[in-house]
Design a protein around this ligand. Structure first.
Ligand SMILES: Cc1cc2nc3c(=O)[nH]c(=O)nc-3n(C[C@H](O)[C@H](O)[C@H](O)COP(=O)(O)O)c2cc1C
Length: 298
């Protein structure tokens, strides 16, 4: 008997995304426009960079991977994200000029959470947020790269929202329950994500998206999604199922490692081009019009 069981959420997510098919609607269709708007700013596409951390200096180049992909985001005029890091590293990212959302870790030291958020605002961040899916680890509370993480209550999240003028983003939402709590505390955006499979059998973000969309659609919360996004088709499916934007993830790494800013920019542009192609093929001229009526599920 085979006792091996599939539990890897990355594999489950990929299979789910590949089970979604797209029909064509070509007559009267036009070349699509993939530009979009977030929080009053126009972006060239709804493809975003991932909230990454701890990338090295690939091939001995002067800037590390985080700075290189931030420059790519600026070049492509898309929304940029970054993750766990100290303030000096964030400053270098802010200095690239990319419109960046800083996702702070849920440190047990609440003073550090607040300090990093405040620093980001002063350094010119476009938005700030927290990833809630690194709170727990196998020993209870998580220890991430040597740092103790801590529980986050609705009141704590609300207090971060209240201390900033910037849009506040909660990353790692994977249920209607958490999405509604994010709306309640005044978050302006959520990232629907299982953080590349931190939870075994985590539901694929695209599977839970429609319910989340229905629950918070009218509450002024932008919905972003990540995990397994590697192509324009993946982005299209995410938008059709309720997302306003989607972030690539590890799919960007080979191009980034190989050719730095130029490689990441080329990858991000190609994802956008494929999105435009599929929108044109399905009769959606603008990003905001895309809906799930063209999707079929195997
Ligand atoms: C090297 C690396 C570092 C990451 N660091 C962070 C981080 O500091 N904060 C965070 O919220 N997510 C972090 N992530 C998770 C990504 O933001 C994203 O949720 C995930 O990679 C999406 O899954 P995918 O790579 O399968 O597309 C990291 C991922 C990688 C690969």
């Amino acid at each position: 008997m085979d006792y091996t069981r599939l539990s890897d959420a990355n594999v489950i997510t990929e299979k789910y995304m590949d089970s979604i098919l797209i029909e064509e609607r070509l007559i009267d269709s036009k070349v699509a426009d993939i530009s979009t708007t977030f929080f009053g700013e126009k972006f060239d596409s709804p493809v975003m960079t991932p909230a990454f951390s701890h990338l090295g200096n690939y091939k001995g180049r002067e800037r590390n991977g985080l700075e290189e992909y931030s420059l790519a985001a600026k070049e492509c005029n898309i929304l940029n994200f970054c993750g766990m890091m100290e303030n000096d590293q964030f400053k270098r990212i802010a200095d690239t000029g990319a419109k960046t959302v800083r996702i702070v870790k849920p440190y047990a030291d609440n003073g550090k959470v607040r300090d990093q958020m405040q620093f980001a605002e002063e350094a010119g961040a476009f938005g700030i947020g927290i990833d809630i899916d690194h709170i727990f680890g196998s020993e209870g509370l998580d220890i991430c790269v040597g740092e103790q993480m801590g529980e986050q209550t609705s009141d704590m999240l609300r207090s971060y929202v209240e201390m900033t003028k910037l849009p506040f983003v909660v990353k790692g939402v994977l249920s209607v329950t958490d999405a509604v709590k994010c709306a309640d505390i005044g978050a302006k955006a959520i990232i629907v994500s299982h953080h590349h499979g931190r939870l075994s059998y985590a539901v694929p973000p695209l599977m839970v998206l429609p319910k989340i969309r229905d629950a918070v659609r009218d509450r002024g919360v932008k919905i972003m999604v990540d995990c397994g996004i590697a192509s324009g088709a993946d982005v299209f499916k995410a938008l059709a199922l309720g997302a306003d934007a989607a972030a690539v993830g590890r799919s960007m790494l080979p191009a980034l490692e190989d050719k730095g800013t130029e490689g990441a920019a080329e990858f991000l542009r190609n994802v956008g081009k494929e999105l435009r192609y599929i929108m044109s093929f399905t009769g959606f001229e603008h990003v905001s019009e895309i809906d799930d009526s063209v999707l079929h599920f195997i």
